[in-house]
Design a protein around this ligand. Structure first.
Ligand SMILES: [Fe+2]
Length: 288
């Protein structure tokens, strides 16, 4: 879908690819664009963003309203044969979109994007395990597609932050899928962010939407910690690898990944707590 977005723009305009990277540099026009997702994860079918892996492994992005598709078609039948591991990692990616959109400090975070995040998390949280372990359950597959689309709309308004910034070097340098890269650093970044009082409150607010058995009369500290622990448990239950070392990523790479993550300024500015290179390094080390 991300390639289709850029192809439609390059075919329909006189722009060269070198000139369109970054925010609002793609000016169009483009040829018609219809996107049909076959995973429930990126939400790319409703976002103005395209992320492309370059020859040197760096991920580059285009963000422009001109690559928002004309039409998105969600058909759960196209996802019933998706293997469990891809269902799990892409599903967690969608959850990360909703969580990061909700807590983003981008000036365009707004009540509508927050509402989209919450609705996405309700659908994704209630269906991800069924979709992974009973892939032909059409109701769960449908919820996952709707949830990932709503999460896409949430972060198209209120962009994602440090989880994605730290995930990109893992994916780019070691060819790990985007969803798995996100799940690897998700809870460690959340622990770091939760030192910020406002973010702790936000995580506490989201917790009962994902985990319905949570008692929301508990205090923010309790709910926030349980939310993070619950997500860590969920990723393990979904059989996602949770240590970098298990993916043959050497410990020495933590340093390089931390410096690469700092290049993702487009995302880091949205993070609710400022992340320095040394913080990124500690986060990678903690999940190594
Ligand atoms: Fe993502």
């Amino acid at each position: 879908m991300d390639v289709a977005k850029l192809v439609s723009l390059l075919l329909g305009s006189n722009q060269q690819i070198e000139t369109i990277w970054g925010v609002n540099n793609a000016k169009g026009p483009r040829v018609p664009l219809v996107l049909i997702p076959t995973t429930a994860g990126t939400g790319s079918e409703v976002t103005p963003i395209s992320i492309i892996t370059m020859d040197d492994k760096e991920k580059k992005g285009v963000s422009s309203k001109f690559i928002l598709p004309d039409l998105a078609i969600l058909d759960p039948l196209l996802t019933t044969n998706l293997p469990a591991n891809i269902t799990a990692s892409t599903g967690v990616d969608a959850m990360v979109h909703a969580i990061e959109a909700f807590t983003s400090i981008n000036s365009n975070n707004n009540p509508v994007s927050k509402m989209l995040s919450i609705e996405a998390l309700k659908l994704l949280g209630s269906s991800i395990k069924t979709a992974v372990f009973d892939g032909h359950n059409i109701n769960a597959r449908s919820n996952m597609l709707l949830g990932s689309m709503l999460a896409g709309k949430a972060f198209a308004n209120s962009p994602v932050a440090a989880v994605h910034a730290l995930a990109y070097p893992i994916g780019g340098l070691f060819n790990i899928s985007h969803g798995l890269s996100n799940s690897l650093v998700l809870t460690s970044v959340m622990k770091f962010n939760s030192k910020n009082e406002e973010t702790k409150k936000n995580y506490a607010h989201l917790a009962p939407y994902v985990f319905k058995n949570f008692d929301n009369s508990k205090n923010d500290e309790f709910l926030c910690n349980n939310f993070i622990d619950g997500l860590e448990r969920l990723c393990k239950e979904l059989n996602l690898p949770y240590r970098l070392r298990d993916l043959e990523i050497p410990e020495e790479a933590c340093k390089l990944m931390a410096s690469e993550a700092m290049k993702q300024t487009r995302l880091l500015v949205n993070n609710p707590r400022k992340i320095e290179e040394s913080d990124a390094y500690n986060i990678y080390k903690s999940v190594w």
